[in-house]
Design a protein around this ligand. Sequence first.
Ligand SMILES: *Cc1c(COP(=O)(O)O)cnc(C)c1O
Length: 359
Amino acid sequence: MSATPQSLIREDLLALSAYHVPDASGMVKLDAMENPYPLPRELVAELGALLGSAPMNRYPEADARTLKAAIRGALDVPADCDILLGNGSDEIIQLLAMAVAKPGAVLASIEPTFVMFRMIATFTGLRYASCPLRADFSLDVDAVLRLLETERPAVMFLATPNNPTGNTFARADIERIAAAAPGLLVVDEAYYAFGDSSHLDLPARLPNVLVMRTFSKLGMAGLRLGFLVGAPAWLEQLDKLRLPYNVNVLTQVAATRLLGSYPALAAQASAIRADRSRLADSLRAVPGVEVFASDANFLLFRIPRAAAVFDALAARRVLVKNVSRAHPLLSDCLRVTVGTPGENARFIAALQEAVTDLG
Ligand SMILES: *Cc1c(COP(=O)(O)O)cnc(C)c1O
C-alpha cells in the first residue's frame, strides 16, 4: 500500500488547521498591522536602481554584515550583544523553539497573545503553557511567577506591546519575570515603534533575556525581516540552526538602504501613532463600543455581536480581524489596524452603518 498523508504525516500536524490568511482584494485592509504608507517617494527610484544591480545570481552575504551594521546604525543595539536575522521574526521564534526542543520541554507565554508562539510550540514538539492576563489585559505578575515555578519553561515569550491587546507591560515586571525565569525570556518588541518603551538594552544586563524585533510593522512587511538581540553565547547556538542565506539578497539590499533613512520610517510611525488616538476617539463615539488602550499600530475594541459586526464590515469591503473567539478574555473583541486617515474614516463610517443596521 502506498503512503497517504494520513498514514505518513505526524498526527499532531494532521490535527492542526492552517493559519488562515483571508483574501483582501478590493478591501480596505486593516487586519494585519501593516504600515499603510508607500515608500518615501525620494527612495523609490534609488531603491529600484539598487535592487536592479543586486547580484541575484549570487547567494546573499552569508553573515549579512552590511545589513547588521545598518541595524546598529539605526537602533541602539548594545555593543556587546550580537544580532541574529530571521525571515520575519516568525522564523526566529521557530529557531528558538527548535533549539530548546528537548523531550518534555515547555514554551510559555501569556494569553491572549500572538498566536505563533503556541503554533510554533506545537510544530516543534514543545508543550505550550500559559497563564491568562487579567480581564483588563494587565499582566498578573504573580500568576506568571507561579507558571514559571510549576512549568519550568525552557523559553518564555512576552510580547510588549502585546498583540492583540495593544498594551505595554511595565519594565519592572519584565525584570521580575526575567529574574525568576529558569530559562530564556524573549521580549518581543514587534510594536516598539508605536510606543515609548524599549528593552533593547536588557540583554546586555540580564543574561537570560533576548529581545526580538521585526520591521514588518514599520513598512517592510513584504521584505520579511526580523532580528534577535542577545549575548553572543546564545546567538552562536541559534545560528547553527539557521538555514544558510535565510535573508535573501533583495531583502538585504532594500532593508540596508531603508534603514539608512530610518528617520523617514520613524516619522511614518509617529503619524500612525497620532492617527491612532484620533481613531480611538472616533471609535469611542460609536454606541456600545469599548476601546482598549494601545501602544501599537492597532486598536482592540469590544462591541456587542462582534462576529456580526465583522461580517457587516466585510460586506462593506472593510477587513478587520475578528479575535472574539481566540480567547475567552477577548469575547466580542475586534482588532483594527490604524490605516491612512482616509481608510480610518471609511472604517468608522462602515462601523456606524453596521451598528445602525444591526440595531
Ligand atoms: C507581527 C508580529 C510578529 C511577527 O512578525 P514577522 O512579520 O514575522 O516579523 C511577531 N510578534 C508579534 C507580537 C507580532 O504581532
